[in-house]
Design a protein around this ligand. Sequence first.
Ligand code: NAD
Length: 281
Amino acid sequence: MQLIDGKALANKVQTEVAEEVERLKQEKNVVPGLAVILVGDDPASHAYVKMKAKACEKVGFYSITHNMPDTISQSEIIQIIEMMNANPHIDGILVQLPLPKHIDTDKILEVIDPKKDVDGFHAYNVGRLVTNLDSFVPCTPLGVMKMFEAYDIDLEGKDVCVVGASNIVGKPMAALLLNANATVTVTHIYTKDLKAHTAKADIVVVGVGVPGLIKEDMVKEGAVVIDIGINRIEDGSLVGDVDFPKVSKKCSYITPVPGGVGPMTIAMLLSNTLKAAKARA
Ligand code: NAD
């Protein structure tokens, strides 16, 4: 079994981004800028935003966080996004999800200029991804694709089972895999017999938010297992959706949690923001 070291790969990507930022500054006098919109006081969202801001600083980006109370109205959030759309120093706009219940998330995401949509959640970018055109791709599944590439894991013709079908994880993951010529099965909470699908897959990619959902008998010998789940359990530690100690014994490759897909998500956010800044330059 080989561990896929997301932390090391993310550090490598960040170093490359930092080098390109330096070049962009010198040659075009452009500094990539990211605006983060954070609503409410969800501790996990605050922690993620802090990590993103720190990563931006590390690679030399300009970044601002609009931190707003959860009493804010939808139109006030829209106003801020429109300001960021018009701001020439901002290349990427990210709205930290989830938003409070009184806000229509789909409406908010549609307001972001698709050219600044570094999370890849705008329907314009989703459509381009599905049709295999150049687009901003959601950071988590993009990070998983980067892992496959870095570890020379061939996807063409492979049977891949994606577990979880959310707009930000499972669906874009499935689209990317399909674009890479894999045979993709997408499973979710209504799937009748999950094991029947995961057990025959060459590659299992799981992102659901259920600790230990993927057990030893659900994975075939030599499979590649990518664990996107992040769950905080009772003792305070972080675990994924895979029963790592047992499943890892059967795998050819597996990602750990923490230190797997998580760091790649932030690295891909930097990479997407750099891409937007280059387009501006
Ligand atoms: P979500 O709640 O929006 O979607 C969960 C999906 O899993 C749904 O499609 C649902 O049908 C499916 N599901 C739920 N229980 C299931 C079960 N028992 N069997 C099969 N399918 C089931 O969640 P999300 O935003 O997609 O996040 C999923 C997980 O990925 C969470 O643990 C989240 O923390 C993690 N996540 C990690 C990163 C990262 O950077 N590593 C990024 C985003 C999300």
